[in-house]
Design a protein around this ligand. Structure first.
Ligand code: AMP
Length: 543
């Protein structure tokens, strides 16, 4: 790296402690609203949040937590979880968010791997926690967010613990590259791997998320992270919100569409974010009762984690005047990588072309670079047609995993292999056609399951559709569709195939359509195609 002349600017560390301090000095009246398990709403100010986060830090120091130690959370989205997000890194320790949807044996593996020393757990999740506790010897203390109830014997009550402490005063000056958080991937193959976010990566990510062409968040916003705080740091929204002083609304465990819509209306939410399943449920409910909730303040609904179907984006926009912002990211990218807005170059394009752009995974945000490569590892042309594996690099992209596992995901020349198969077009729009492990290769040709799913979900009777590879005696693999119909609606196999006909080459059309009650999902809400293959992979061999 060349350094022909040194800049003479301060080397001021990009640390989360700065954001926490700013919450007190700039936005003491900022608001954090939490829906508790009993559905009541609790309100706190940013001044309260600042004080309590540092009381938590002081309590953890007293319990023997030292810089670098891991403090795990097993919690829904709520104020105390946010306090841990800032209080734990403030003392130089590392927050480790445990995904409460995982199997206890997986959670045990992850907590052992991270060597968690203290665990902060919701009282309602204690039965889950008890199933792994004995397997994780490193755990010394358990702090219970009792939510109005009592913390059981042998545990510490969060509220009583912090009430006894003065806020930690002497915060360490941290190297911005030190770890702030660990999130584990929810990989469906192999063991989960730990991604270690630094203060620097988290701060830079938050700043870019706030930009107008990023997610766009400012002090006047009211942010509702529906995406769990245990899934890639709720996509960094808590950090972006605190950085700007935005009001934060935490849904607690109530993630059903009526509860969310009620919260969006009553708290004046402007930006909400979650996975497509959540929004599909919300769209269905809004279609039934379009005027029941006043959503006039909602400006931006961020959807990511899986592909947002174009029909859903269009349905929100046309029928309810609600704007969807489709975004792509991974646990390994802190997580924001690309967002899909209509580029200036497409302003004069047809509504269909604009919708196609919005339904793509979008263009890379500043400091994230994208390329896609062929099987020989060579970069492919940005022609919107050639498919290859997406690789990314940037200051909030993992450079290795905790414990140096998965080294094969990092290229010699400094890129991270995402495992997503994509095309990239001349404007830089990335379009995911598949996960590499889920691709359908029929007679040697790739078929995009995501494109077929999108088209199926545009049929008025289809709630959800997953297309996956089934074994075939002649073609090796053929696409098969699993479809969930909307309540009270009917559609036949031939009708659905006719709906796809004309849009795709004939050999792309699924060989059959299976009508199912539900599509199996991963702990973060993605279609679990390995399970579909396990259940129905032989379907075409039997015919
Ligand atoms: P996770 O690490 O659990 O966040 O999963 C990351 C993976 O989710 C990516 O590699 C994609 O396969 C998928 N993903 C995330 N966002 C999107 C999106 N907008 N469209 C399609 N797939 C997505």
């Amino acid at each position: 790296m060349l350094r022909p002349m040194l800049g003479r600017m301060m080397d001021f560390p990009l640390s989360l402690s700065h954001l926490l301090e700013r919450a007190r000095t700039q936005f003491p009246r900022g608001e954090i609203v939490t829906r508790r398990a009993d559905r009541s709403l609790v309100r706190a100010s940013y001044a309260d949040f600042h004080r309590r986060a540092l009381q938590l830090a002081a309590a953890l120091v007293r319990l023997g937590v030292r810089p670098g130690d891991r403090v795990a959370t097993l919690c829904w989205n709520h104020q105390q979880h946010l306090e841990a997000y800032f209080g734990v890194p403030a003392l130089g320790a590392v927050v480790h968010t445990l995904n409460l949807r995982l199997h206890p044996s997986e959670l045990g593996y992850i907590a052992r791997h991270a060597e968690d020393k203290v665990v902060i757990v919701d009282r309602s999740l204690l039965p889950l926690f008890e199933q792994l506790r004995a397997d994780v010897r490193s755990i010394e203390r358990v702090i219970v967010v009792a939510d109005g109830g009592a913390a059981p014997e042998g545990t510490l009550d969060y509220e009583a613990l912090i009430a006894a402490e003065a806020p930690l005063e002497a915060l360490p000056t941290l190297d911005e590259r030190s770890a702030a958080m660990i999130c584990y991937t929810s990989g469906t193959t192999g063991n989960p791997k730990g991604v270690v976010y630094s203060h620097r990566s988290t701060v830079l990510h938050a700043l870019v998320a706030c930009t107008t062409d990023g997610i766009g968040i400012g002090e006047r916003d009211v942010v509702l992270p529906v995406v769990p705080m245990f899934h890639a740091a709720a996509w960094g929204l808590p950090f972006a919100a605190v950085a700007t002083g935005a009001k934060i609304v935490m849904p607690g465990p109530h993630l059903d569409p009526p509860s969310l819509l009620e919260l969006m209306a009553s708290e004046g939410v402007t930006v909400a974010a979650g996975v497509p399943t959540i929004w599909l449920g919300i769209l269905a409910l809004l279609d039934e009762s379009p005027t029941r909730w006043d959503l006039s303040r909602v400006r931006n609904m961020v959807i990511g984690g899986s592909a947002a179907p174009a029909s859903m984006i269009e349905g929100f926009s046309r029928r309810h005047k609600l704007e969807v912002l489709h975004a792509w990211g991974m646990t390994e990218t802190n997580p924001l990588g690309t967002v899909s807005r209509v580029a200036r170059a497409l302003e004069g394009a047809s509504p269909e072309a604009q919708l196609a752009a919005r339904a793509s995974q979008g263009r890379a945000v500043p400091f994230v670079e994208t390329r896609h490569v062929g099987e020989d590892g060579r970069p492919l042309p940005w022609d919107g047609e050639t498919m290859g594996e997406l690789e990314v690099r940037g200051p909030w992209v993992a450079s290795s995993y905790f414990g140096d596992e998965g080294a094969d995901r990092f290229t010699q020349d400094g890129w991270f292999k995402t495992g997503d198969v994509v095309t990239i077009d001349a404007h830089g729009y990335v379009r995911i056609t598949d996960r590499a492990k889920d691709v359908i290769k029929s007679g040697g040709e790739w078929i995009s399951s995501v494109a077929l799913e999108n088209a199926l979900m545009s049929h008025p009777a289809v709630l959800e559709a997953a297309v996956f590879a089934a074994r075939h005696p002649k073609w090796d693999e053929r696409p098969l569709a699993a479809v969930v119909l909307k309540g009270g609606k009917t559609a036949s196999r031939d009708e659905l195939l006719a709906h796809l006909g004309g849009r795709f080459a004939r050999f792309w059309l699924p060989d059959d359509v299976l009508f199912v009650e539900q599509i199996p999902r991963t702990s973060t809400g993605k279609f679990l195609k390995s399970k579909l293959r396990e259940l129905y992979g032989e379907h075409l061999m039997k015919r």
